[in-house]
Design a protein around this ligand. Structure first.
Ligand code: XLS
Ligand code: CA
Ligand code: CA
Length: 436
């Protein structure tokens, strides 16, 4: 018995009229020497795909999810069966989870942990013999009301302790499931008002919590990459992990920079007032581009709508950064995206993933052509060519001084600039989008 009606999804090419087919995602096609599926490493998010029921502040569940029952363990197991069926039919090889997506909390932490043992054993046994793997695990340190003041940044030491216990277990489970990464999204790690907050103390605690997590991972031999997922707002007004550059300066202050990379989410980048590719670029040039949460926000709404990515322009520029990063290595493209409340049938999930996978496949194809033809590279190289020789080279090589530069400037104050040609480059990008 299956939980979905749709059949295995195949690549049918751009002219197919079958909505249950890939138009661009052709998993075995080789792009820049790698199979598309190895470049993209798509992942299913356990929370949005198998757990969320479409509730919003105005109404209850809308989703038809036949795997949900009244029994938490039974539901957890059925979700695993449904998840594996879904991934196999779509040819997706990775999944991501929060501890609390796997199974609902029990009455005590001990009961919750027992439940997690049962369910993660079941999941591990079901994964055997499939080619499905865990991209990353994480702990939900935001949903329960105990986290009203934060988790590791709570004013309450008991909550700090609880958070550590929860993460300890989540790392153990991620290890058991062969997780290739472990994510920290600082859900409630931020604050609402300075009238009641000691930010310095909270940030010290946050750093200590991350350090202990890494120490524990090393102790038990968990080799997965640790990732921090920046987000500027929601739920708190001031989230401590605002964006990549903020997180980097935090990590550097506490000497944690060697142990963490970034999980960049598109919708979080735009909430921070950045483009998605800006965040990827900042992570890449600092050597910390770890993984991606592939989704998109809505231009007209100011919150985290977590929609399936369908914007080819953004996907192209994102994949351009990924290509320049030499791929995502142990990371992947996790669809941290939810179907709209009105797309309530189970098969809508498949249609949504198809849309997202095709968008990124298309983005990869366009970006690879742009990269191979070195269109932007050559333009950028030329734009900075004043640093290739003469005084520019001395600046680049850090072999000059204010005195020498003053002398130079006095003799060369008739400055000539060249055009940035932004509109021309945007038109060329459009040409690549139309032609590939
Ligand atoms: C919420 C975040 C969250 C993380 C994992 O906005 O995107 O889902 O990806 O905790
Ligand atoms: Ca996310
Ligand atoms: Ca989000």
């Amino acid at each position: 018995m299956g939980y979905f009606d749709f059949k295995e999804i195949k690549y049918e090419g751009r002219n197919s009229k079958n909505p249950f087919s890939f138009k661009d995602y052709n998993k075995d096609e080789v792009i820049l020497g790698k199979k598309m599926e190895d470049y993209l490493r798509f992942a299913v998010s356990w929370w949005h795909t198998l757990t969320a029921l479409g509730t919003d502040p105005f109404g209850g569940p809308s989703m038809e999810r036949s795997w949900i029952t009244d029994d938490p363990i039974e539901t957890a197991k059925r979700k695993i069966d449904a998840g594996i069926e879904f991934m196999q039919k779509l040819g997706i090889k990775y999944f991501c989870f929060h501890d609390r997506d796997l199974v609902e909390e029990g009455k005590t932490l001990a009961e919750t942990n027992e439940r997690l043992d049962i369910v993660s054993d079941y999941l591990a046994s079901k994964l055997k013999g499939t080619d499905i793997k865990c991209l990353w695990g994480t702990a939900n340190l935001f949903g329960n009301k105990r986290f009203v003041h934060g988790a590791s940044t709570s004013c309450n030491a008991d909550v700090f302790a609880y958070s550590c216990a929860q993460v300890k277990k989540a790392i153990e489970i991620t290890k058991k499931l062969g997780g290739e990464n472990y994510v920290f999204w600082g859900g409630r790690e931020g604050y609402e008002t300075l009238l009641n907050t000691d930010t310095e103390k909270e940030l010290n605690h946050f750093a200590y919590f991350l350090k202990m997590a890494k120490d524990y991972a090393n102790k038990i031999g968990f080799k997965g990459q640790f990732l921090i997922e920046p987000k500027p707002k929601e739920p708190t007004k001031h989230q401590y992990d605002f964006d990549t550059q903020t997180v980097l300066s935090f990590l550097r202050k506490y000497n944690l920079e060697k142990d963490f990379k970034m999980n960049i989410e598109a919708n979080h980048a735009t909430l921070a007032g950045h483009t998605f590719n800006h965040e990827l670029n900042m992570a890449r040039i600092n050597g910390v581009l770890g993984s991606i949460d592939a989704n998109q926000g809505d231009m007209l709404l100011g919150w985290d709508t977590d929609q399936f990515p369908t914007n080819i322009y953004d996907a192209t520029l994102a994949m351009y950064e990924v290509i320049k990063n030499g791929g995502l290595h142990s990371g992947g493209l996790n669809f941290d995206a939810k179907v709209r409340r009105a797309s309530f049938e189970a098969d809508d999930l498949a249609l949504a993933y198809i849309a997202g996978m095709d968008t990124f496949a298309k983005g990869l194809r366009i970006a690879s052509k742009l990269y191979e033809d070195k269109v932007l590279e050559n333009f950028i190289k030329e734009r900075y060519s004043s640093y290739d020789s003469g005084i520019g080279k001395s600046i680049d090589d850090k072999k000059t001084s204010f005195e020498e530069l003053e002398k130079y400037a006095l003799a060369h104050d008739n400055i000539v600039n060249t055009s940035g040609r932004q509109e021309m480059l945007e038109a060329i990008l459009n040409q690549y989008i139309y032609n590939n």
